[in-house]
Every structure is written in C-alpha cells, then in structure tokens.
Design a protein around this ligand. Sequence first.
Ligand SMILES: [Zn+2]
Length: 395
Amino acid sequence: MARREAPAAGPGSRALIVDIVRSSVTVTRVELAALTGLTQPSISNIVRDLIADGIIHETGSADSALGRRRKLIAISPANRFGVGFSVGPDTVTCMAVDLTGGVVGREVVPRLPGEPWDAGRLAERFGDFTAGLNLPTDRIEGLAIVTPAPQPGVASGPASGIGDVRGELARRLGLPVLTDNDAAAAALGEFWSRRVSREQAFACIYLSTEIGAGFVFGGALYRGADSGAGELGHVSIDYDGRWCPCGNRGCVQQYASMRAIVVAAREDAGLRARLALDDGESSAYDAIARAAVNGDTDAHLLLDRAAERLSAATTSMVNLLNLGRLVLTGPGVARAGSIFARRLRAHLDRAAHARQRPGVTVELSAQPRDAAAIGAAALVVQASVAPGHTARQAG
Ligand SMILES: [Zn+2]
C-alpha cells in the first residue's frame, strides 16, 4: 500500500488548527495530527506559536488509549477581541466579542436616517464604545462594519459610501477595518460561536427588511464572483409572480420579507384595526409577530404563509448546495421564529425523505437581533486568528 504523503504545513495550516480547536472545545496534539494529516513536528510548531501568541492554551490533560497523559488544548477566550458595528436604517449596534465569539459588550446608538459616513465620527464611536468596556486597546484586533447588501434597483442604501471612508478610518484607528453585508456576517458569527465544524456545509438565513443568506464552506465565507453570494431573497418562487426591482418575477422577498409582511398586514382591514401598524416597519412587524404568537389567527396565518414561501425558496437553496446545517436569524425571527423554523423543517424533511438523505439541521439563532453585529465582530476575530479566510480588508 502506498504510504500517505503528509501535507506540508502552509499558511492555511494555522487557520485549520485554530478552526479545529475552536470547534472541538478541547483537543490533543495527537488528535490534531490525525484530523489535519499534518506531521507531529508541524503540529508542535504551530501549536507552540499559537500558545506564544496567546490564542490557545493548555488546559488539563486526558488519558490516551495507551495510558499516557496527553495535554488538552483550548482557545483562550479573553486574549483578543473583535469589534463590530451593524448599521441599520436608524440604529448602529456596536458589539465586542472574544476569541470564542462570546459577547463582551453591546451598545445600540441612534443613527440619523441617511446619515453620511464620516471617518472621524466612526472613530469617535469606536473609541467611546471600547473605552466604556475598558477593553485593553492592544488586544482589539480591528473593526468590521456591516450593512444590508445593496438592493438591485435601489440607488442608495446604508452601504453606499462606506467604501470611501474605510481606508481613512483604518488609518485613524491604526487597525484593520473590514466591511461586509449583514447576512454574510451573521453566518460567520453563528459558525464561530456555535463551534460549527469546518467540515459542515453551513448556511444562515437572515430575515430582515430584505432576505439574505450567508454560506460558510470549509471554514470560510463563500462570497461568489463579486461578493454578491447569498441573494436568497431573489430566488423566484413564481415565474408569473410579482415583479421585483431585480428584474425577475416572483422573488421570495416580495412575499416573505419583513417589509412584504408589513405591507400585507396593512392591507388587511381586521389586522389594521387590531394592531398598531402605522409606526415604522420594524415596530409594525413586531406587533404582527407578537400577535401571531399570542393567538391572533390572522396574524399567524400571515406569518405562516410567508414562512411557507420562504421554505420553498430555502429548500431549493439547500438542494442546490447540499447544505448540512442551517440557522435562521435576523430581526424577522426575533419574536415568531418558531413559525418559520417549523415550516422550514417540514419542507426540508420532505425533501430529505424523497432523496433518502439525512435531514438538514435547522436551528434558530439565540440572538437574532444582534446576529449581524456579533458576526461583524467575529469577522475581525477570524481575520486575526485564522487569517486567509477574509477578503475586503483595509489597513
Ligand atoms: Zn428580485
């Protein structure tokens, strides 16, 4: 039998080892060698460097099959921090996470509608936030700013103009500044903090004013040719359906986004009379979701139909990409996430059953409203301790 050639340790080996330690909670050097195929000396060198950098540490030991004690290795949570800003229509959610993706600080500050991007103002906000948390400045690895993905047919959104200030902001902070869209960031955040293994084909659905998806394959965000991957909202569920500004018809976003659900509720005389739907989109949506989980049949039916349509589009996405694990997140699932999760599981179970494949794991985010900001901060952490995965960086 041919002897298996051990792969050479390269720049990706460090990221690979960090990813395995993170997802395994604790692991021994021998297990790392078995899992990576790298040689024992390579493992020892990389582990030594990671310990010296404070990214991992030895924590107790375990008995091996031969009765020898093996040192266990784990991530050192409080050694480095990432900071993320998630910019919404009227707020900025500021978040700091440690190396495991655990939240160490959160603040929500108002943002004026259409507020222009200003490097000085952002630097000040970053300074106030990190000083308020008393984080050691030399352990903050950078800032990531995430916004909703630009929408086809919409000239300007929160994302427009951010590219112009990124370099200037990085210079002022003396730190790397990353930018991304909220759905992609949320996927990375869930991947990191749930300790998902890099072997799993992982995705996140981000239900918000629009609908987006983020994919983590092999430990890295999948971005597509032009960083535009994840437009789940523009998957058509009806070739004869409603026109969408993207040029297609029947896009699921026209039926199942928070915006579409609020529009449908406002057109329903009964719901209009019972619920406070005249305030902004988010509070109107929250009123619908609250009513749905509290037994309002019409509100429940409205969300359930949206969930049904989102499930149809999601099932196509799952089948196309052969996904293994899926997390539902975003403000749209903060109150009535169970309605969406139930529908989605039923759809996916049918699809899996028809293919005689194992089902897809569907989970609900523990922090759906904060998922994008947590993900932004996780982008910084990943870029810092497992480099080679993150694109679009200035600094
Ligand atoms: Zn569309």
